[in-house]
Structure formats: structure tokens, C-alpha cells
Design a binder for this molecule. Structure first.
Ligand code: UD1
Ligand code: CA
Length: 490
């Protein structure tokens, strides 16, 4: 494959982020994240419902196709790889993590054929493609060998500081890591965001000169600024106006704050699109969630994953909805859990309902309190208003499932299906032992245990016949009062 195909490095005017043949992206994600004090690799910690690395990959693949995105993995490499494999990116293994400079040395065989590379940090998740594109454009305009993205956050501790050649000029003299700062340099407010553009020829021409002479005995990619400059190359920096976007997360507290930033942005996006969110700071809404206008989200609601909610819905407090699709005008009452299911227009769910994955609930269905459903289809207008388990079933339109009905779908080995037709009435406290079919219009007497199929329009009663013994209780009381311990017939 010829990466130097002479296409040059024109950024498409169309989107500002179109791919270029000579450009690859390297994402450094091999580090352990010691400061998180967690067994989970840092880049797999989540903000906004997605691993940090998945956010960075999404930004990278907005710039170049996935096959030109190289993720450097090392610490728990397999786990990291698996978590993001679906994105189609490529992986480079950095078996021993000897620093960010070493990570790029490991990437060299894969990327030196490209004219330029963008280097992103796997732990800087809020970076937007537009900001990367701006960095790239500046890099090209400046004809620089190395361009870094900088920002001026309120709290600079822990970041590398950027030493400009002179105030107001783009040129950079060096990046100095926190532990190496001199007393004078402590007050520098401009930090290195860990996001760079490089021309590969000068980068790889000098990368071997990095020395691990620092507090961590690592090879720092940041040292390339001074190295390249000393070699007569141009090193420049561009400041990102929004510090939050380029902040990294080195502690769990910083992660929580990035998460809050991301979710607040999602809530603002939905509110700007006509969704009412009461007390948005109490809601947990993942970045990919869509809600149509005029829907209302009450406090303490969680909307997760790929959830889509139609217009005019009301999601009441303490409900968690994950990977569901809701039609128009659905009302979800408080304390419901809905996962992997589709709910039709005008349906009413809850309070305290549990819709497990695989439910298809048609329009106007009512599901009431303490109803659990799993892998179940309910036809239009069907109702199960109280205390039921509906597992692996198909329930026809307008059918009513009485309180306390249990679908016995599991025989201890296999799951079986319950099929109920249209307009069926299942009396309270019935037990339907699957596989079983109840045809259209049938009636099931309350407390029946149904083990055989029921034909259409039949009445079925499957319970012990009631036995009434007149005067029995009075006779028993009387015999007890007489002191007798024997003789009461049962
Ligand atoms: C780095 C920069 C610092 C900058 C900050 C911004 C260096 C030396 N310092 O510091 O100037 O202000 O980012 O967030 O680069 N990684 C590897 N292999 C390694 C080491 C790290 O892939 O051997 C990866 C990590 O997984 C991480 C990224 O590189 O995603 C940055 O490494 P990290 O250790 O977090 O660097 P910082 O100390 O934050
Ligand atoms: Ca970091």
C-alpha cells in the first residue's frame, strides 16, 4: 500500500474532517492509570456511559477511516482490544509501558509510511473532531514538524506546561512536565493537552534521541518539542478555547467531573431540541440517547445506551431505561426498569414495572405495578395491571392478564413459550404452564393452573372444586370448649 500517494494534505472543505490518504491517527492507550487505583485499565473507565477510549476512537474515526486509526495497547491489552474491537481500528502492542515517547516508537513500523500523524491520548475523552481538525489545519498552515494542542485550565497541577519562545508567538521552546518545573515555570498557565500533529519524517528522524532522564525514567513524547526545535524544526502550539474539552482524567474524581460535563452537555442538547428535563443535574443521560420534542423527563431518571424516546412522552422519577425505543405519548410511571425493549405509542408502564430484554409492547398497552416481562410480545391494548410474570410469550390484542398471573416458562431445563390470542381473559392468580396456547376469546377462571391448550371462546377452570361444609367451624369451636382433644372430624 502506498500511503505517500501525493494527494497532499488538503482538508476537505465539505465537512472539514474528510480523510486524507497521507494521514493516520495514533491513540496512546497502553498505560495502566496508576492514579485511578483501579484494576480496570484506565481507558476502559467510562464517562457518559462509554469507555474513555471509545470516545477518543469516535473522534479519530470522524477524521480518518478506522483502518488508519492505530491504538497503542499494553496494560491488559486483550481486554482493551476486545472492548473497542467493533470500531474496526487497528492495534499496536506496547508490551512494556516505557512512556508516551516509547508508545510512538512502538507505532513506528505501522505509521512511518504516512506523511503525517495525529497523536491522541486515550484518556482525553471529550476531545471533539472539530478541535482535532483545527489543530491539523494549523499544523499545515504553519508547516510545522510538531504542533500541540494547549489550553489554560483553572487547575494546572499535574499537566505538562508549555514554554512558548515568546509571548503571543506560535513557536514552542519546550514542554516541561510537572515534576521538572523550575520555580519560575510553576506559574505558567498554558498546559499540554496530550494531542499532537507530527510530520513523520522529522518525528521518526529524531525519536530515537529521547532519553529517559526524568522522574519516571520514561521516554516522554513531550521531549520531542525541545528535541525537534534543537534540530532546527518548527514546533508550534494552538490553544483550545474550551479547557474542559481537552482535560484528561487521572483520578476517579476527575473522571466523575468529566462524566458530569458530558451528561450536562447531553441534557442541554435535548433541552435545546424541545425536551423538558426537570432537575437535569439529577438525571443520567448517555451521550447517544435521543428524545423527541415535548417529552418530559422527571428528576432522577436514567436514560442509557441507544435509547430512543418519541414525542410527548413522560418519564417519571427513578426510572431506568436502557437500549429501548419508546413511541409517542408513552407514560412510564416512577420506579420502572426497562431494558432492550420496544414500547408502542400511548402505552402506560408502571409504577414498579420490570421490562427485561426482548419485549415488544404495542400501542395502548397497560403494564401495571410489579409486573415483570421478558421476551414477550403484547398486542395493542393488552393489559397486565398488577403483579405478574410474563416470560417468553405472545399475548394478543385486548387480552387482559389478571393480577398475580404467572407464566411458568422454565421446566428446570428449557424455556417454553406461552401463546395467548386476542381478547382473552386470564383470571387472577392463574398459572400457565408452558408450552401452552390459549386461543382467541377464551376465559380462564381465576386461580387456574393451565397445563393443556385452551380452544377459542372456551371457559377453562383448572383448580380444585370448592368444598363447603356447613357448620363445620362452629362445631369445632364447640368441641374445643368442651375440653375434648379428640373427635373433630376434618
Ligand atoms: C501527558 C503529558 C502531559 C500532558 C498530559 C495531558 C507526557 C510525558 N506528558 O501526561 O504533558 O499535560 O498528558 O493529559 O506525555 N501511554 C501509553 N504508553 C505509555 C505511557 C502512557 O500508551 O508507556 C498512554 C496512556 O494510556 C494515556 C496517555 O498515553 O492514555 C497519556 O499518558 P499519561 O501517563 O496519562 O500521561 P500524563 O501524565 O497525563
Ligand atoms: Ca493522563
Amino acid at each position: 500500500m502506498n500511503y505517500r500517494n501525493g494527494c497532499g494534505a488538503e482538508m476537505s472543505q465539505q465537512s472539514g474532517t474528510a480523510p486524507e490518504a497521507g494521514l493516520a491517527v495514533v491513540i496512546m492507550a497502553a498505560g495502566k492509570g496508576t492514579r485511578l487505583k483501579s484494576r480496570r485499565p484506565k481507558v476502559l473507565h467510562e464517562v457518559g456511559g462509554k469507555p474513555l477510549l471509545a470516545h477518543v476512537i469516535a473522534a479519530a474515526t470522524a477524521i480518518v477511516p478506522a483502518e488508519r486509526v492505530f491504538v497503542v495497547v499494553g496494560h491488559q491489552a486483550e481486554r482493551v482490544r476486545e472492548a473497542v474491537a467493533a470500531s474496526g481500528v487497528r492495534f499496536i502492542v506496547q508490551a512494556e509501558q516505557r512512556g508516551t515517547g516509547h508508545a510512538i516508537q512502538c507505532a513506528r513500523p505501522e505509521v512511518e509510511g504516512f506523511e503525517s500523524i495525529l497523536v491522541l491520548s486515550g484518556d482525553v475523552p471529550l476531545i471533539r473532531p472539530e478541535s482535532i481538525a483545527r489543530l491539523w489545519q494549523f499544523h499545515r498552515e504553519q508547516k510545522a514538524a510538531m504542533t500541540l494542542l494547549t489550553t489554560r485550565p483553572e487547575e494546572v497541577a499535574g499537566y505538562g506546561r508549555v514554554i512558548r519562545c515568546a509571548p503571543g508567538t506560535p513557536e514552542v521552546e519546550a514542554i516541561v512536565e510537572q515534576k521538572a518545573l523550575t520555580a519560575d515555570q510553576q506559574s505558567i498557565g498554558e498546559i499540554n493537552a496530550g494531542i499532537y500533529a507530527f510530520q513523520t519524517a522529522p518525528l521518526f528522524g529524531h525519536l530515537g534521541e529521547l532519553k529517559a532522564r526524568n522522574a519516571h525514567a520514561e521516554l516522554y513524547l513531550t521531549d520531542m518539542a525541545a528535541l525537534l526545535r534543537a534540530a532546527g524544526e518548527r514546533v508550534v502550539a494552538i490553544e483550545a478555547p474550551d479547557a474542559e474539552e481537552v482535560l484528561g482524567a487521572n483520578t476517579l474524581a476527575e473522571l466523575a467531573s468529566l462524566d458530569a460535563t458530558l451528561r450536562a452537555a447531553t441534557a442541554r442538547r435535548l433541552m435545546a431540541a424541545g425536551v423538558t428535563i426537570f432537575r437535569p443535574e439529577t438525571c443520567v443521560i448517555d451521550a447517544g440517547v435521543e428524545v423527541a420534542p415535548d417529552s418530559v423527563i422527571e428528576p432522577f431518571v436514567q436514560l442509557l445506551g441507544a435509547t430512543r424516546i418519541g414525542g410527548d412522552c413522560r418519564i417519571r422519577s427513578y426510572t431506568v431505561i436502557e437500549n429501548c425505543t419508546l413511541g409517542e405519548s408513552v407514560e412510564v410511571l416512577p420506579h420502572c426498569v426497562l431494558a432492550g425493549s420496544a414500547i408502542g405509542a400511548g402505552a402506560r408502564i408502571g409504577p414498579f414495572a420490570n421490562m427485561r430484554p426482548g419485549c415488544e409492547i404495542a400501542e395502548q398497552v397497560h403494564i401495571g405495578n410489579f409486573v415483570e416481562a421478558k421476551n414477550t410480545k403484547l398486542g395493542k391494548g393488552a393489559k397486565s395491571n398488577h403483579l405478574a410474570y410474563l416470560g417468553d410469550s405472545e399475548i394478543g390484542p385486548r387480552t387482559n392478564i389478571g393480577a398475580g398471573t404467572i407464566f411458568c416458562n422454565y421446566d428446570g431445563v428449557k424455556k417454553h413459550k406461552t401463546t395467548i390470542g386476542e381478547g382473552v381473559f386470564v383470571g387472577s392468580n392463574s398459572t400457565l404452564v408452558a408450552p401452552v396456547t390459549i386461543a382467541d376469546g377464551a376465559y380462564v377462571g381465576a386461580a387456574s393452573c393451565i397445563t393443556k391448550d385452551v380452544p377459542a371462546d372456551a371457559l377453562v377452570v383448572g383448580r380444585a372444586r370448592q368444598v363447603t361444609k356447613e357448620g363445620w367451624a362452629a362445631a369445632r369451636r364447640k368441641s374445643r370448649q368442651g375440653g375434648s382433644t379428640t373427635g373433630t372430624s376434618r
